[in-house]
Design a protein around this ligand. Structure first.
Ligand code: ZN
Length: 344
């Protein structure tokens, strides 16, 4: 089958389009999907660069997000037919450990992500557990569906489960244009919050406003921490969602009100921030990590996507064979929303 592989770790240029990749075979509880569109996530760039603790066998197929058709069913699978249009929860859990039994799939002792730990979606076919699949509405485009899973499930767990946002709260979402941010702005708005967001581009802030952001901060005009402090009357916001990491962590803590919550799904600028512990205890702040979501959270957020109440934003579609160009484009950071790959 056709696929894009990582033959060695490095920049976007290492990605190779190949036509001789063996087709996957489903296990008893698994399904092979014929991929129509694969979504790109920042995670894929990290996998391509090489994760020091990862023990991947190269060449490796990246990609967590997929919208496609059921092609082959494992021997024990029921409830799906070949040709069904589906998306997949890219989180793979054992179903048996204490965390899985408590419904906390993404805390699984053996948690894996499609395309990070096992072959992913930059291919004509990919294998996924049947229980991770959800049918998509007949009128939903492949590109829209493929742009949703990882970003929306991540944003949902961050805000609804971990930060437990409530109507009327002020929520600051750093970096308006990422996939997780464009999802989080909409989810915070739907939850009845006042949404603050930041960008260095007025054009991107305008797009964020269309998604529901209430307070827009261009950090080229004023440091965003100072701006948020002034805009909240020196109170600070209730919740900050920070996926930027090292570069922003200190200011994120300072932007919180007393007793506020900082939620963290990643750190694109680095993972070793400095922290003054006095600040943490005196202001009684909570720092909450979050990864992916459980199946129930995935289903809850996808239901709202399928209803059209949350809208995946697709910035650009590249053909699969141009995955290297798509990665280079995403690394420039000029996109607003998701970049996806169409698979012929
Ligand atoms: Zn488990």
């Amino acid at each position: 089958m056709k696929a894009v592989v990582i033959p060695q770790y490095g920049g976007p240029e290492v990605l190779r389009f190949v036509e001789d990749q063996p087709e996957p075979v489903p296990g008893p509880d698994e399904v092979v999907l014929h991929v129509h569109v694969a979504g790109i996530n920042h995670l894929d760039l990290t996998v391509r660069k090489g994760i020091p603790t990862s023990k991947l066998t190269l060449p490796h197929i990246p990609g967590a997000d997929v919208a496609g058709e059921v092609a082959k069913l494992g021997s024990d699978v029921s409830g799906f037919e070949p040709g069904d249009r589906v998306v997949a929860n890219p989180g793979l859990s054992c179903g048996r450990c204490e965390f899985c039994l408590a419904g906390e799939d993404s805390l699984c002792k053996d948690y894996k992500i499609l395309g990070e730990h096992v072959p992913g979606t930059y291919a004509e076919y990919v294998v996924v557990p049947a229980r991770n699949l959800l049918p998509i509405p007949v009128d939903m485009e492949w590109t829209t569906a493929a742009a949703a899973p990882l970003a929306f499930m991540t944003a949902w767990r961050l805000l609804v489960t971990r930060a437990a946002v409530r109507p009327g709260e002020d929520v600051l979402i750093l970096g308006a244009s990422s996939g997780v941010s464009t999802a989080a702005i909409q989810i915070a708005k739907l939850a009845g919050c006042t949404v603050y967001t930041t960008s260095s581009s007025d054009a991107k802030l305008k797009r964020a406003k269309e998604l529901g952001a209430d307070v827009l901060v261009n950090y080229k005009e004023m440091p965003w921490g100072k701006a948020v402090w002034e805009l909240t009357g020196k109170r600070g916001v209730d919740v900050v969602l920070d996926h930027v990491g090292e570069a922003t962590f200190k200011d994120s803590l300072r932007a919180l009100r007393k007793g506020g919550r900082l939620v963290i799904p990643g750190g694109t600028t680095g993972t070793l921030p400095q922290i003054d512990l006095r600040y943490l205890w005196w202001r009684q702040l909570s720092v909450l990590g979050s990864t992916m979501a459980n199946q129930r959270e995935f289903e809850a957020v996808m239901k709202l996507v399928f209803m059209g109440r949350l809208k995946p934003i697709v910035d650009r579609v590249f053909p699969l064979r141009e995955a290297a160009a798509a990665h280079a484009y995403l690394e420039k950071g000029e996109q607003f929303g998701k970049v996806v790959l169409s698979v012929p």
